[in-house]
Design a protein around this ligand. Structure first.
Ligand code: ZN
Ligand code: ZN
Length: 231
C-alpha cells in the first residue's frame, strides 16, 4: 500500500521538488541546509533578524506596533521564495505539511508562552481565493492548529476589499487602505489571538490585522509567519 501510494502520489521535497523516496521524510536531508531557521538574533518585537547586540529592529525601535509580538520560522531566501511560488501557484500543496511541521517544531515553545486562545489566518479576498483555489495562510493555520491542538478559525476576520494596487499610495494611505480591507465578523473580547501568514515583509498586513482584532476586543495579538523578508 505504501509503495502503491508512492507511485500514485509521490511526495516531493519543498526545496528541490525531487521525489522523496522515504515517505517519512518531508524534505531531502541534503536540502534542509538551504533553509535557515531564525533561532537567534531576532527582533524581540517582530522577529526580524537583527545584529547580535540589538534587541529591536530599526522599524520596531522607530514606531509603535499594533501587534504584541511575532516570530518567523525561516529567512525568505531564494530557495524559500521558489518553494512558496510552487506551493501557491503550481499546485504543490503537499509542501504545506513540511511548512506546518517546521512552524510547530521551531515555534511551539514561544507559542505556548503566548497562550493563544485562537489561531486566525490572514484572510484572502474571496475573488482571489477563487482564482487560486485556496488561501495559503488558512492552509498553514489549519495544519499548525491541528498539530498544536489550538482552535483555528478562518471566519472571524474577512477580507472585504481587494488591495491590489498599493503602489500609488503613500505609507499612511497604505495603512488606512489595509485597515479598511479587513473586517472582524464577531466580538473577540479578552481573547489572545495568534495570526498566521506565509510571509512577513514590512509588517503592514499583520499590523492591519492586529488593529482590526483589537478593535473587536482582542486582548493580545501575536503572529507567526513561515518566512520573513527584508524590507
Ligand atoms: Zn530536495
Ligand atoms: Zn522588529
Amino acid at each position: 500500500m505504501e509503495k502503491f501510494l508512492n507511485i500514485l502520489y509521490p511526495k516531493r521535497c519543498p526545496v528541490c521538488h525531487g521525489i522523496l523516496s522515504d515517505r517519512g521524510n518531508l524534505i531531502c536531508p541534503s536540502c534542509e541546509k538551504w533553509l535557515h531557521p531564525i533561532v537567534t538574533d531576532y527582533c524581540l518585537k517582530c522577529g526580524k533578524p537583527v545584529k547580535a547586540e540589538e534587541e529591536l529592529c530599526g522599524e520596531c525601535r522607530k514606531s509603535h506596533r499594533e501587534f504584541d509580538r511575532g516570530r518567523s520560522v525561516f529567512f525568505y531566501n531564494d530557495k524559500m521564495r521558489q518553494s512558496l511560488l510552487r506551493y501557491k501557484y503550481y499546485g504543490n500543496r503537499d509542501y504545506a505539511e513540511y511548512y506546518a511541521v517546521s512552524l510547530c517544531h521551531y515555534m511551539e515553545r514561544e507559542i505556548r508562552m503566548w497562550k493563544p486562545d485562537l489561531i486566525v489566518p490572514v484572510p484572502m479576498h474571496p475573488r482571489k481565493q477563487r482564482e487560486r483555489g485556496f488561501n495559503q495562510a488558512a492552509d498553514l493555520a489549519k495544519k499548525a492548529g491541528g498539530i498544536l491542538k489550538i482552535p483555528m478559525s478562518d471566519q472571524v476576520v474577512k477580507k472585504t476589499k481587494a488591495t491590489r494596487s498599493q503602489k500609488k499610495l503613500n505609507a499612511a494611505e497604505r495603512k488606512q487602505n489595509l485597515r479598511m480591507a479587513f473586517q472582524a465578523t464577531e466580538r473577540l473580547d479578552g481573547l489572545r489571538i495568534l495570526v498566521i501568514d506565509d510571509v512577513y515583509t514590512t509588517g503592514s498586513t499583520i499590523e492591519a490585522m492586529a488593529h482590526v482584532l483589537k478593535a473587536a476586543g482582542a486582548d493580545k495579538v501575536f503572529f507567526v509567519t513561515l518566512c520573513t523578508g527584508q524590507i
